[in-house]
Ligand binder design. Structure first.
Ligand code: HAM
Length: 463
């Protein structure tokens, strides 16, 4: 029996979506489509074009870009290896070189080559690393700079699932790569996402901004922070204690209640920025004011990915509980270089689409199920052919049509039309077919009228 085949005597097993993944069902999917369509439109008006990226990439890409010590890379990635491919390649290489291949002792003989060539692959936990990889791979530095790209699709992180936090979740993101690091670029990227939220009428939107300095000033601040944290180490929980070593900035992210008063007394990065970073941050805020974008400053906003420098921002919205960050982003000059590309400026953001949808639903923006426009109730062989023709004409004119596949009594058909929320029933019996005068029933009030085949579309459009 082939692998994966089901033994006859086995009871069929009921399957469920894996923990942290879920199905998005209609009518909710129409809200997702509206959100995505709005993103295409709004981002387009800011000169962004869509990029479609692979769902999996070399593990090392994320380790390098996001940071090996981050929670995302160290704990949350879905990773696997692709040894079969390596073995195949090695066999082909050996055969091509005219060497005999002893399959029995193959693994032993080729152990070191397998280890060397085996691909470590991860489902993408985010897409900024992929966009930078693509920018380098396709020589996009030759294009007019900056290159403005956006993407949407699933991301994967092995987090503890809860409301607004999933293991497969969806992001809509945008990145500006190349050109200068002019503060107007930071402000315009933020303006774009705020315009998008505004267009969707997202409620309770709050933008927080910060600057986390650069390679010159941040390390000095981090050392100062570490020294101060060591003084209060005993009062901190285990996570924060560990982070004093691995990444002291992340302590500022802590939501642990008992740590809050301690954190508030720690030195603030804003007081330790170098002149260039301080000037850049001040200019970003001026540019935001110029665009009428309201923000509040949050010195503790450090973000959980290593690639950020200078501007960082986060946006929260209402109705989301503890997972209320609906968008996060920031500047990442140097990331392209870290991935063996040319020196390149970069800034971008990603919106959590699941959370965006949740917030829209909580504020009453949930779509209602869309019914059919026309239900075709037909009886008799002649009416079947007329029904098929009518359905085609109506659908070509853009109406949502339900044509029952088998004959039904008119009473049953009208009941079905009601259940499907149809606006009209087109009644086709022998009389209608011979006279050419069809019956159109408005289901809301039960009124009926006669329409001719030629007049059907025009009449429906008038109604
Ligand atoms: P991030 O803050 O890790 O940033 O994720 C961005 C957004 O994705 C979050 O604010 C949240 O709305 C959503 N999100 C993250 N994890 C989950 C989850 N497990 N379930 C549901 N939603 C989630 C990034 O990913 C960066 N790549 C953003 C960026 C682009 N920075 C510069 N360019």
């Amino acid at each position: 029996m082939s692998e994966g085949a089901v033994k006859k005597e086995e009871k069929p097993r009921k399957f469920q979506a894996i923990r942290g993944t879920r199905d998005v069902l209609p009518p909710e999917t129409s809200l997702w489509n509206r959100v995505e369509q709005t993103a295409h439109e709004v981002f387009g008006t800011f000169g962004f074009a869509e990029i479609r990226l692979p769902i999996f990439e070399p593990t090392d890409l994320f380790a390098r870009a996001v940071g090996a010590d981050t929670d995302i890379v160290s704990k949350e990635m879905f990773s696997f290896t692709d040894p079969a491919n390596v073995i195949k390649t090695l066999v082909q290489d050996a055969l091509q070189a005219g060497l005999g291949v002893d399959m029995k002792n193959f693994e032993q003989a080729f152990q070191s080559s397998i280890e060397e060539k085996v691909q470590f692959i991860s489902l993408r936990p985010e897409a900024t690393a992929s966009v930078c990889r693509a920018y380098i791979e396709h020589g996009m530095q030759q294009l007019p700079q900056p290159v403005k790209l956006y993407y949407m699709g699933p991301m994967f992180r092995r987090e503890r699932p809860q409301k607004g936090r999933y293991r497969q979740f969806y992001q809509i993101g945008a990145e500006v790569l190349g050109g200068s690091d002019a503060p107007a670029i930071d402000a315009e990227v933020i303006e774009m996402v705020m315009t998008f939220f505004d267009r969707l009428e997202l409620q309770g939107v709050q933008l927080s901004v910060n600057s986390i300095g650069c390679r010159d000033c941040r390390p000095k601040y981090v050392e100062l922070l570490r020294a101060e944290l060591l003084k209060v180490k005993d009062k901190l929980g285990p996570d924060s204690q560990r982070r004093i070593d691995t990444n002291p900035l992340r302590v500022l992210d802590s939501k642990v209640k008992e740590e809050q008063s301690i954190i508030e007394k720690l030195p603030r990065i804003g007081d330790h920025l170098c002149k260039e970073c301080a000037d850049h941050y001040a200019a970003v805020k001026r540019e935001l004011d110029l665009r009428g974008v309201k923000y509040r400053e949050n010195w503790r906003l450090v973000r959980g990915l290593d690639y950020y420098m200078r501007t960082t921002f986060e946006i929260t919205a209402q109705g989301l509980g503890s997972q209320d960050a609906v968008c996060g982003g920031g500047r990442y000059d140097g990331l392209v270089e870290l991935l063996a590309g040319p020196p390149t400026k970069g800034i971008g953001f990603a919106i959590g689409e699941d959370r965006l949808i949740l917030s829209l639903q909580e504020s009453g923006k949930a779509p209602v199920a869309q019914g059919r426009d026309v239900y075709i109730a037909w009886m008799g062989e002649n009416a079947r052919a007329t029904g098929v023709r009518a359905a085609k004409t109506l659908r070509n004119a853009g109406f949502r049509v339900e044509l029952p596949p088998v004959e039904q009594k008119f009473g049953k058909a009208l009941g079905q039309a009601d259940k499907l929320g149809a606006k009209y029933a087109l009644i086709l019996g022998d009389n209608e077919v011979t006279s050419g005068e069809w019956t159109l029933k408005t289901l809301a009030d039960g009124t009926q009228r006669k329409v001719s085949e030629q007049q059907l579309i025009a009449d429906l459009k008038k109604m």
